[in-house]
Every structure is written in structure tokens, then in C-alpha cells.
Design a protein around this ligand. Sequence first.
Ligand code: NAD
Length: 486
Amino acid sequence: MSVTTETQNYLNYINGTWSVSESSEQLKSTSPANPSEVLGHVQASTKQDLEKAVDAAKEGQKKWKKLSGAERGNLLFKVADILERNIEDIAETMTREMGKTLPEAKGETARGVAILRYYAGEGMRKEGDVIPSTDSSALMFSKRVPLGVVGVITPWNFPVAIPLWKMAPALIYGNAVILKPATEAAVTAAKVIECFDKAGMPEGVVNFVTGKGSVIGQGLAEHKDVTAVTFTGSNATGNHIGQTVAARGGKYQLEMGGKNPLIVADDCDLDLAVDAAISGGLKSTGQKCTCSSRVIVQEGIYDQFKQKLLEKVSEINVGDGLEEQSWMGPCATKGQYETVQKYIEIGQEEGAELVYGGRPVSNESGGYYMEPTVFDKVTSSMTIAQEEIFGPVLALMKVETIEEAIELANDVDFGLSASIFSKNIDHILSFIDDIEAGLVRINSETAGVELQAPFGGMKASSSYSREQGEAAKEFFTTMKTVFLKG
Ligand code: NAD
């Protein structure tokens, strides 16, 4: 059987086999640009399906961990090659399924290829240190070892990159994985899993179980044989998962929301700052966890900044993401579309001044399009300055000094990414020191991360562990300290 049946029914992948769920029920994945277009149906899996996946993963991991890192790496290199050959199809599926524009979807899929290659190479790197023993006739060393079975729970906004930046390190360090993707982007995820299948991954090492978060996500969090759970998504879900996994003594990692500030100093390069606010705030329809949603501008440059920003925002084309001219696609889901409208209403009710956009874009297909939206006169106590909107909405805030800007930037629960545009080294240094964010960016937009560097937030944005780069080793392995005496 292959990833899908003739009726566009996408299957689970358990123990190296594509299979239908015990429930015989499916969940529908539709296009946000045209909700009547069905991308496919995925399995509405049950706890029994998950049980089979956990059993398969436990068995598969026993053999997988015995392979050398280089052997595991060779398989990941193969997956990368297959994914690379399928970039066009997978990117187009992503655009249709969750509305990201095609160039962004291609960029994300290419990033997935690079992630796989980066971690494939990791199989040849060191896995411990020699530590001098007080016994001169002994050899003492540390050795990183896999955890066992890792549950991977992912959101819809990066349906290729996020599963891969979790799965690739989990796998290279010798774990087996069970991926539960967001249903809204599960067809794209199924096509990624197909690449693992085609590369000849051993049975049980990679498993894919779709279904409701409250059933499969919750099941992974509760299952005693799932040693660790890595999650990216909203704070409400993440905190619940963290508590569930912690209660049974498992390991967990949570990457959650953001309310990322972009500070614009009087002395900055104005054009660069405007472009960064637009790209960082509105690309992907504002649906990146690292999106700039608060633009904090020093008063000396405020009016000029606002004027240029509004000019450029007015040039943005909204479309289905497949057409070349569409710069911004639809909101990814109906729920998200409604949430964005709700926040725009709240912003106005609380006294922020709507200076651009704010309305749905009418269209024949009933797509979830919103105008790019800019609020002026936003204060820190307003809901739109505090809560993650996850939509194309920028909030402008005026300050006198950079100290005030940093204080305002920190005045939220979140702490994912933050950036400053300035040429003044004192401003830059105090920003680096004082900003409460895991990703600190200078003269560059808040969104954008490199796969070889640690990624993660502070405060409510994260459970303080880091993903990607070498930092991933910390989460996906545990350590043995070996004392060896002849
Ligand atoms: P979500 O929390 O609704 O869903 C994420 C995943 O959790 C999905 O697979 C979902 O099915 C599953 N889930 C839902 N309920 C569950 C439950 N009770 N138990 C276990 N699993 C459950 O998030 P979303 O709407 O898909 O994604 C948007 C959110 O993701 C935003 O808040 C965004 O900031 C965040 N995000 C964070 C990062 C980061 O790295 N910090 C990256 C991307 C997205």
C-alpha cells in the first residue's frame, strides 16, 4: 500500500506499513484559499492505533540504536535526497493545504532537506568526553545515549520544517519516533513521511499517526513507553502536555507562542527597518511564532516610519499563494481567520487606531483572506499588545528612549524573538543584555532562524530547552558516565 489510496485517503505509517485506522474514520484537510477544495482525508486514529505505533517503535528502536551513527546518517542522507527530488510537489501541497505562498513553501522544504543533511552528518560527530579519573588506572568517560521512543507533536504553520527539525535529531541519536501532525497540514506531513518510507527506514523507527490532538496527542503525552515528547504549538496545549508528561516522569520540550517586538531607533536605516517590519510581521500571513507583532518606534523617526510602512503595506497583494503575484496568502484555518477578526475588533474597542486594513478580503471561493492590518497608538495594556494574534496584524507603539523601548518590549509574558534596528553600539549592547528573548536579532527581522543554531524562547514561549543545531542533542539523548577499569 502507498501513502494514499485512490480516494485521496492518506494513511497512517506504522511499523513500516501504510495502514487505515481501526476507527475506519477520517478527518478532512481542506484548502484555506478555497475551503470547498479537499486536499485529502487523513486517519482519525484511535488509542489502539497509537498502541500499535508505540509497540512498533519500541521494537524498532532496539535495532536502530545498534546501528552506527554513520549508518543512521546514511539513511537520513537518502531521505534528504528523496525530499529534494519532491520539493515541487510537497511545496505545492503545503501552499494548497495551509496557504503559505509557494516561494515560502519551497524555501521551507529546502530547509527540511538541509536539516536532514545537517543531522545526517551529526552521526559522525563525538558523543562524549573523557574525564580524568582520580584513579590513574581507570578510564572515565561520558557517552550520550538515546532516550527510546520520542513522541513528536507539531503545528500546521511549518508542516515540513518543524517535524523534521524534531525527527532528524531524534533519529540520528538512536531514537524511534511517532509523529502526530496537525490535521490542518497532515497531507503535507504524510508526503514527508513517504520520503522516509522510500529511503528504506527500518520497520518501526519512523511512525506516523494522524488524528485528534485530544486523542493521539494526549495519548502520546500519557503513554508510559513514550520516553519523551517534543511539542510545538500553542501555550494552552503545550502547558497541558508538559504537565501530563511530567506527571508520569517523562521528558518534555515545549516551543510555544510569541509576541515579538521589533524596536526601531531614531538612528536606524529607515528603509531596512520598514522592510523588516513588513517581512517579519506579515509574511506567512503573520503565522510564524517569530513574527514581529509589536513595532516599537522612537518618537524622532515615528512619523516617517509610519508613513513609509503604510505606503509599502498598501502595495501588498493578497492571493492564494500559488499565483506569482500573491505576496500574502490566506489565514490557514477558519478558526485562525475568525480569531484575527476578533482581535481586530478588540483592538478598536480598546482604543487603538486602525490605520490600515482590518477587513476580510472578499473573494468568490470563500477563502480566509484578511487585509494586512496596522494599528497605531497601541499601548502595552491593550490585548493586542499582549496576546499572540497569529495573523497579519502590526501594532505600532511610540517611545521616547531606547531604555523605554526595551522595557516595553519585555512587558509581555512571551520571550521568543526580538530585534532592534539601530546603528548605535550602546543601544545595541544594552538590547543584547536586557532583552528577554531567546532569539536576539540586530538590524534583521524577528523571524528567521538558522538550522545550525540553537532555537527557542524564554518566559512563556518555551520550556527553556533548545531545538536545532547541536543544542538538540541535550533533549534527544541522555548521558551515561562510564568508569572503566581493567
Ligand atoms: P495547537 O496547540 O492547537 O496544536 C499543536 C499540536 O498539538 C497539533 O498537532 C494538535 O493536534 C495537538 N494537540 C491539540 N490538542 C492537544 C491535546 N489536548 N493534547 C495533545 N496534543 C494536542 O497549535 P497550532 O494552532 O497548530 O499552532 C499555532 C501555535 O504554534 C501558535 O501559538 C504558534 O506560536 C506556535 N508555534 C510555536 C513555534 C515555536 O517554535 N515556538 C513554532 C511554530 C508555531
